[in-house]
Design a protein around this ligand. Structure first.
Ligand SMILES: *[C@@H]1O[C@H](CO)[C@@H](O)[C@H](O)[C@H]1NC(C)=O
Length: 497
């Protein structure tokens, strides 16, 4: 009997290996991914600032920030709070919008009826970004709220009484990083609305072109002029070169105007086209730009963009164990690991780029070259699936890091609105300092921020479900945005068990 046992053990081991690499064996069904897709979009309703519409589904939230901009005689009502606080930060909001739009552009056809909710989530941001870009000629409003004051309070957005200072970049105090990301967001969104709302789409594209011109003409980093209110929160550590190339690339894709192709060719070398880059975040756009521009080489044989395909391959190889160029870090449970704070933002951007690159490759033979070996489209999809499944609960803790998904998920989310009783349950004001009892409470959050993906576990797969551990327990719009596209991809695959 012994040989047979060994043989069946071998089969089991082989099956497990195939399982871990294959779409044909999964912890989740396509219905599960659809459920996660719905929730990943619903999360954005919890982050809304401004006057909520009658079809608001997260009903524990109310109107907030209704006079944002008023004391400066501009209308800056609307947009999103970035994370667990009540500040509207322009750089991550614009990046979130770009990635939500990219999600719909690549994977909208897999979203079913959720595509309308995804478009509503984009529009909530672009309505605000259009105001921020056009309210004052020669300026772009990039932030509402003083983060140092905001962080001294634990208040619901509906009660917020900290200074709603407004910050802008201008010809004298440039911010090419935030402006070029805003241009990228408006350009990407113009593609999303091209068929369903052509006039809105054209307004987005025209504004994107103007904002990009402003970003390029008046060069500088917003971290210089606005240092005390954007650093260390959303300091532009990577500078503005990456955003200029990224913005031009989105305008190239959205407008098909040859002037952006010329811009990319003549400025690319100075703006980072020749660098290899191994991360993609609200700060550093280099890897995303490589993948975005490789599309034209792969699908249209645009030879000028061949180097972007090579750099995309290098980026991809860095993620694939066993290939030359491999340099990523994974936890023992298999999670891509980049940083101790808000690590899942890198996991969701990486998963999105893997799937997007797989899609672009599929039109052109389907392989990335890593030294003497090749990596297939299927390899990229399998790695992305491993990351998505980990987030949804297929991990050593058997815990979903998406709030409200699955049987076990974090209860102590670092989020003011979610942790303080809702205005529906407690209409009376809960002032700045009175809210801290809810930050420090051991009780679960009373309002479930459905769909929020949190910062996530550490490099050993450990996660403390502790509201005061913001590194792990805080959600952010830019963690969710690329996940929307990634989970949409898997929701349309039927080969799951
Ligand atoms: C192309 O873009 C340039 C600015 O970069 C603009 O001046 C020109 O009008 C655009 N052309 C078209 C056809 O939109």
């Amino acid at each position: 009997m012994a040989p047979a046992t060994t043989f069946s053990m071998q089969i089991l081991v082989v099956a497990l290996i195939i399982c871990s690499l294959s779409l044909f064996c999964s912890a989740f069904t396509s219905q599960d991914y659809s459920d996660a897709l719905d929730k990943s979009i619903l999360f954005f309703e919890g982050q809304r600032s401004g006057k909520l519409p009658s079809n608001q589904r997260l009903t524990w939230r109310g109107d907030s920030g209704l006079s944002d901009g008023a004391s400066y005689h501009v209308d800056l009502v609307g947009g999103y709070y970035d994370a667990g606080d009540n500040v509207k930060f322009g750089l991550p909001m614009a990046f979130t919008t770009t990635l939500l739009s990219w999600s719909v552009i690549e994977f909208g056809s897999s979203m079913g009826n959720q595509v309308d909710n995804a478009k509503a989530a984009i529009r909530w941001a672009t309505d605000y970004l259009l105001k921020a870009a056009t309210a004052t000629p020669g300026a772009l409003y990039v932030q509402v709220g003083d983060p140092n004051m905001d962080h001294k309070c634990w208040e619901r957005p509906e009660d917020m009484d900290t200074p709603r200072n407004v910050y802008k970049v201008s010809t004298q105090n440039p911010g090419s990083d935030v402006a070029a990301e805003t241009a990228a967001a408006l350009a990407a969104a113009s593609i999303v609305f091209k068929d369903s709302d052509p006039s809105y789409s054209s307004k987005l594209l025209k504004t994107a072109m103007k904002v990009f011109d402003f970003a390029d003409r008046y060069r500088g980093s917003y971290s210089d002029s606005l240092n005390s209110v954007v650093c260390p929160f959303y300091c532009s550590y990577s500078g503005y070169h990456d955003e200029l190339l990224w913005g031009a690339s989105w305008l190239h894709r959205a407008s098909q105007n040859s002037s952006y192709m010329s811009y990319i060719q003549s400025n690319g070398h100075v703006l980072g086209a020749d660098d290899d880059a191994y991360q993609f975040s609200w700060d550093d756009k280099r890897a995303g730009t490589k993948v975005l521009l490789s599309k034209d080489f792969l699908e249209k044989s645009t030879q000028e963009f061949q180097p972007y395909k090579s750099h995309s391959d290098n980026y991809i190889c860095s993620l694939i164990p066993g290939t030359s160029g491999f340099q990523a870090q994974y936890t023992p449970g298999g999670l891509f690991y980049k940083a101790s704070e808000s690590n899942l933002q890198y996991v969701t951007t990486t998963s999105f780029l893997l799937l997007t690159y797989a899609k672009y490759l599929s039109t052109n033979g389907g392989v990335a070259t890593c030294g003497s070996s090749t990596v297939t489209e299927e390899n990229l999809i399998a790695l992305a699936k491993k990351q998505v499944d980990y987030i949804l609960g297929d991990n050593p803790n058997k815990m979903s890091y998406m709030v409200g998904f699955g049987q076990k998920y974090p209860q102590h989310v670092h989020h003011r609105g979610s942790s303080v009783p809702s205005i529906r349950a407690h209409p009376g004001r809960i002032a700045c300092n009175d809210g801290f009892q809810y930050l420090y409470s051991g009780s679960p959050n009373p309002n479930v921020l459905v769909g929020a993906i949190l910062g996530g576990p550490d490099n050993k797969d450990n996660f403390a479900d502790d509201r005061n551990n913001y590194q792990q327990s805080e959600p952010a719009t830019y963690i969710n945005a690329p996940f929307v596209g990634a989970v949409a991809f898997f929701s349309s695959k039927t080969a799951t068990n």
